[in-house]
Write a protein that binds this ligand. Structure first.
Ligand SMILES: [Zn+2]
Length: 413
């Protein structure tokens, strides 16, 4: 356990101060990426960083990196990161908790005058949310080589504004190469769970061991349109066939064991007329699992059921892959540092996967990375009602701080 003066109260005050920027009447936040509110939030973080003796570098995508030097010039930084941007009707904690807990670790080190062997770096990634500019996790994705810088800069928002122009307009286009952020010894990200498991089990801390693999599909069911007044017997109703498949997908996920998930989030029928049997139904499928083989089996089960339903209903069913994301393991040694820190503080914890994408998932492609989860009430997130108990935030802060310092190494004098 470190003797750092890590303060849950100071972290909470900072969370509340940051939440005033883009604060909404219902108590949430609208601090979307590359807006004036984002600029204001960044400026506040920069001021806090200056007060804690940190040196700020901003890269060409607006990723902010605040450095505290270490004693050993040969060691690369141990980083703590997350994001300050929010959904249009977001909460006070999604992303922000991770960045400001990192800032609290920096303040505690500064206040105690502690020197670490490795440098410590705090990162605020640009556009994690993907609400204004899609896809999400652009800053971390480009830094880690998942997208090119040009792809990110040329992305446009729904109003046609270019990412690069919006970044320049708010004054946060820096000169550094985003790829420099690959040069890290380790990466830690604290995030709210955005799910109900930890609160339900009364466990204040999750050690995130891996991110689920994902496979997304487009499914098209083609039958035949007919008058709604016609007989039932010989219909080739594409929507009824799709409904059977939607129900089957729920069963496929439940029977896949462990952390299997299947979601149909979008559906459209043609010709979409009140008194016409729909000839075409299109829907999206999002499959996730912590085990690649189990995920492949879920996808195979979808194809098998699709063929069965097609034969039984006299329709054609086409299942087309849309996007896939591999299972991402986090670093076992860093996860063990988190468990050791939790044990030393007497904080109950459990291992947990993440079914949701985070900056850490891209970072893990290049750097040993790990995440820790803080519970959130009711699992509610991407919502103005998102809330966290101050004692949960404090427990996560203590474990984060101790594990980061243990990784970086304290200089004993
Ligand atoms: Zn987030």
């Amino acid at each position: 356990m470190s003797n750092l003066p890590l303060s849950g109260a100071r972290l909470w005050d900072s969370l509340m101060e940051m939440a005033r920027i883009g604060g909404t009447p219902k108590g949430g936040c609208n601090r979307q990426t590359l807006t004036p509110e984002d600029a204001e939030g960044r400026a506040l973080l920069a001021r806090w960083g200056e007060a804690a003796g940190l040196t700020l570098t901003t890269d060409r995508l607006g990723n902010m990196a605040l450095l505290r030097p270490g004693r050993d010039p040969a060691r690369r930084p141990v980083a703590i990161g997350s994001h300050l941007d929010t959904q249009p009707t977001g909460g006070k904690f999604d992303g922000v908790l991770g960045v400001l807990a990192g800032m609290e670790v920096m303040r505690a080190l500064h206040e105690a005058g502690v020197e670490t062997e490795a440098p410590i770096l705090l990162i605020n990634w640009t556009n994690e949310e993907g609400a204004r500019f899609s896809p999400p996790m652009m800053g971390s994705g480009a830094a880690m080589g998942a997208f090119t810088e040009a792809q990110v800069l040329d992305t446009t928002d729904p109003e046609g504004v270019r990412f690069g122009d919006a970044l320049a307009a708010i004054g946060w286009r820096g000169a550094a190469d985003p790829a420099a952020l690959r040069d890290l010894e380790a990466y830690f990200e604290l995030h709210i769970e955005q799910g109900p498991i930890l609160e339900r089990e009364g466990i204040p801390l999750g050690i995130v061991t891996h991110a689920l693999a994902q496979q997304w599909f487009d499914v098209t069911v083609r039958g035949e349109d007919a008058h709604a007044g016609g007989e039932m017997a010989h219909r080739r109703d594409s929507l009824v066939a799709a409904a059977i498949l939607v129900e089957a997908l729920e069963r496929i996920a439940l029977e896949s064991g462990g952390d299997g998930r299947a979601t149909v989030g979008r559906i459209a029928v043609e010709p979409s007329s009140r008194n016409v049997v729909p000839s075409v139904t299109r829907f999206s499928v999002d499959l996730r699992h912590g085990d690649e083989a189990a995920l492949d089996a879920m996808a195979a089960a979808l194809r098998t059921r699709a063929a069965e339903v097609a034969a039984a209903r006299g329709v054609a069913v086409e299942v087309t892959p849309f996007w896939a994301f591999p299972q991402t393991p986090f670093d076992p040694a860093l996860a063990e540092h988190l468990r050791e820190a939790a044990r030393a503080r007497g904080i109950a914890h459990r291992d947990i996967p993440t079914g949701i994408g985070h900056d850490a998932v891209y970072v893990a492609r290049q750097v040993p990375a790990v995440m820790l989860f803080c519970p959130c009430h009711g699992g509610i997130s991407h919502n103005e009602a998102e809330s966290v108990a101050p004692e949960w935030a404090e427990a996560a802060l203590l474990v984060l701080g101790d594990a980061v310092v243990a990784t970086a190494g304290i200089v004993r004098t």
